[in-house]
Design a protein around this ligand. Sequence first.
Ligand code: 6PG
Length: 238
Amino acid sequence: MRPGLVVVPDARALARRAAERIVELTRAAVAERGHCAVALAGGSTPRATYEVLGTSALGAAVPWAAISWYFGDERAVPADHPESNYRSARETLFADRPEAFARVRRMAADAADLERAARDYAQLLPDPLDLLLLGIGEDGHTASLFPGSAAACERSARVVVVTGPKPPNPRLTVTPPVIETAREILVLVSGAGKAEALVGALEGPLDVTAVPAQLARRGTWIVDREAASRLSASGQLP
Ligand code: 6PG
């Protein structure tokens, strides 16, 4: 099997496996450095993983007191809006953990001065991150780095403002240098709708502007069987 690729039967198994991996990686980071900086993925796919960590016994193994939490991207909506990645994390991962929630740093994507909000977040975002969680879109985007966008080839700013094909817009997103320097990357991919994008991300000709998800190739990819359905046999089979 392709190193770094973990294929699991379905979305439920993906959530469990991803939660276990997050426990392993955060504990290892804290054991080595005394603390851990994690950037969370947005969208719907990671919610089940956050729920496992937020509500199951497995969550007790997370070194909550030594972790600071950030976001890889955020939509320009208020913190309590249904489309807010911050709200999604609050309702799942931090549902019963107010002390841990106090260590969450939200991206103020609904700020009046978004450029300023991007600069401010870049200031507080640890460099490097210990763990960056990501998803991918059907078009091959990751975080809010969309195909063909200037942000997908940004080399200096660590957080930028973008407007992309996936609403709500605008958004704040981390940039390629943040992905490239993260100590660990975990990418979660579920469903047949992502199969083509996954081939482009893992097996396609290298072109990160066309397929920004390729920026995370060196990471650990936990994907379900439906999402993996179009990967080359050599990519899937042990
Ligand atoms: C966002 C995300 C985005 C997401 C993909 C997949 O805020 O929209 O960070 O990059 O990971 O679009 O989204 P789904 O998991 O909902 O398919």
